[in-house]
Design a protein around this ligand. Structure first.
Ligand code: ATP
Ligand code: MG
Length: 563
């Protein structure tokens, strides 16, 4: 939005709204809604819809956006999900103030609207069974047939519907249907179901109802009751728009919202369907909805993604009418850009190799002043203890280094970040020939990282004092799937076979600088030269933060693919 000096989002929906406002439509109002079904946790696709709906309300001065729970399927819905959804929307940075609604709050009204349709001869109770209903519906190329129950009298229909409500019929015995056109080319118009019988408790209305309205019926009426002006949904609802309009045209409602469809977000190497995400959770493929590998909002949060980065991502991918597959790298770049500005730099060694600095006095500890951010003095600095024994990264040493390896090798000199130059004098190995320790010497004249004689070293490596190190665990996360489109039609059934077995790697003996001992949950850091990390919000405890790798410093996937 304008306040961040970003270009004003402008897409085809903005153009429609601009025209509507110019023409005085809806009395100059703009009212959108985000309508999740509380049957799972929100994912990155929902973030796109949230940013669109709430974003428009922010962009236009008169704009309002409702949070509405579209809860018309009692079997799958739960208050746990509704609460989590509200939390996620708030965490993303949006506020619906007092405009929180539930479709289930409209059940009485929806029932009355259905009765009105019956009275107007536009709805009937149908007793065809499921198989017959399928048969009568026809196909895309053949018209359907009228149900023999289609011509029941208004009185009979009113009576039967009332008895449906009272629970006199079994599930599946009958439904209420709209009387539209069994020969309509659009299948959604072939007498769609309005109410079906479900003898199950609803998480909000308990056992008050045993008939529940269908989505298409409840959704448009809920929009209209709330004064929504633009009802934005994904492209799969395009074929439902005529029905949306049909219901609203038949009934007496305060307004007639305009349904506008946009392309859903498809993100490569993951799945964005609540049903499939639920399956991953149920199968134990991930540790829960908040597993940091999940594309859910709570998963991304736990991994260390920021709301700002996710909103920036939604801005960048834009709103269009055509389906595309967005590369995960686009999202990761937004995360990197945000974290680069906002995180403190710290030192952490993931695969420790011990270094003894032989000419450094035993027992001496120097507290080195190290700034938290190279370009942002406001972030302050911390003291970094330096002592005779330190850890460096195993990868930063090679016994027989090639020419271009500017880190440590026998006889070579490198700079220790914020500290001194050291030279490797001796390599200690175990019986298996593995390098277990390096003996080095330091140049006391190079404190702070420069030699007074002007001699240069090419490499700077990170390190942590052995005695002071915080030993803890990090978790390295990678793409959840090895396939860009694991759930494409091509492999609809076997999509779980494409799970990436290396999507989570735990390293349990990392050595981090001691300032991190007090790092609080959900704080993010850049471990210099390594990656961005975030303190896990579940498994960490006081004095022992556990770190999740949020994102690498560079896009190594793009490089791999280029090769
Ligand atoms: P799922 O397929 O994951 O179950 P859904 O569409 O059934 O998603 P809802 O809770 O009904 O989930 O969605 C709430 C809103 O979010 C709807 O307006 C829907 O169109 C939108 N939405 C869902 N998935 C995406 C997506 N991938 N991209 C953009 N918007 C989405
Ligand atoms: Mg849905």
């Amino acid at each position: 939005m304008a306040e961040n000096n970003k270009p004003e989002a402008s897409h085809f929906i903005c153009h429609i709204i601009n025209d509507d406002l110019k023409n005085g439509k809806n009395d100059g109002r703009l009212h959108t809604r985000f309508p999740p079904e509380p049957n799972g946790y929100l994912h990155v696709g929902h973030a796109k819809s949230i940013c669109l709906n709430f974003g428009l309300a922010e962009k236009y001065e008169q704009g309002l956006c409702n949070l509405r729970f579209d809860d018309t399927n009692p079997e799958k819905e739960d208050i746990e999900y509704a609460d989590a959804i509200a939390n996620d929307v708030r965490w993303l940075g949006f506020d619906w103030q007092d405009r929180e609604f539930f479709a289930s709050d409209y059940y009485d009204k929806l029932y009355e609207f259905a009765v009105q349709l019956i009275k107007d001869g536009k709805a009937y109770v149908d007793h065809l069974n499921a198989e017959q209903t399928r048969e009568y519906r026809g196909t895309l190329t053949e018209p359907g047939k009228d149900s023999p129950y289609r011509f029941r009298s208004v009185e009979e229909n009113l009576d039967l519907f009332e008895r449906m409500k009272r629970g006199e019929f079994a599930e599946g015995e009958c439904v209420l249907r709209a009387k539209i056109d069994m020969a309509a080319p659009n299948m959604n118009m072939r007498d769609p179901t309005i109410y079906r019988i479900r003898k199950v408790s609803h998480y909000r209305t308990a056992d008050k109802w045993c008939i529940y309205p269908m989505y298409d019926f409840a959704h448009c009426i809920s929009d209209a009751l709330e004064g929504v002006t633009h009802s934005l949904c994904t492209l799969e609802f395009e074929d439902h728009r005529v029905l949306y309009d049909w219901y609203l045209d038949q009934l007496d409602l305060p307004c007639h919202p305009q349904q506008i469809e946009f392309a859903r977000l498809n993100l490569a190497y993951t799945v964005t369907s609540k049903r499939k995400l639920n399956e991953l959770v149920k199968n134990g493929d991930v540790s829960g909805w908040d597993d940091p590998r999940m594309p859910t909002i709570i998963g991304m949060r736990r991994r260390g993604y920021t709301p700002e980065a996710i909103r920036d991502f939604c801005d960048r991918i834009g709103i269009t009418k055509s389906d595309t597959l967005i590369d995960m790298g686009v999202l990761e770049n937004c995360v990197r850009e945000d974290l680069d500005k906002t995180t403190k730099r710290v030192l952490g060694v993931l695969n420790p190799l011990k270094v003894v600095i032989e000419n450094y006095p035993e027992g001496k500890v120097e507290q080195l002043d190290a700034p938290y951010h190279p370009n942002n003095p406001d972030m302050g600095s911390r003291e970094l203890p330096f002592a005779r024994e330190i850890y460096i990264e195993q990868d930063d040493f090679m016994e027989d280094p090639p020419k271009k390896f500017f880190r440590l090798g026998p006889g070579r000199e490198v700079r220790l970040r914020y500290a001194y130059f050291i030279t490797c004098n001796e390599v200690i190995k175990n019986d298996d020939g593995e390098v277990i320790e390096l003996h080095c010497s330091y140049d006391p004249e190079t404190k702070g990282g420069n030699a007074p004689d002007g001699r240069k070293v090419k490499g700077t490596i990170h390190w942590v004092s052995c005695e002071h190190a915080l030993q803890t665990e990090v978790r390295l996360f990678d793409r959840l799937f090895t396939e860009p489109t694991p759930d494409s039609n091509k492999h609809e059934k076997e999509w779980r076979e494409f799970l990436n077995p290396e999507s989570k790697v735990v390293i349990s003996n990392v050595m981090l600088e001691p300032s991190l001992m007090s790092a609080e949950k959900e704080t993010r850091f850049q471990f210099e030269r390594t990656a961005y990390f975030c303190v896990d919000n579940k498994d960490s405890f006081d004095g022992k933060p556990i770190f999740n790798r949020t994102v690498t410093l560079r896009d190594s996937w793009a490089k791999l693919q280029a090769r």
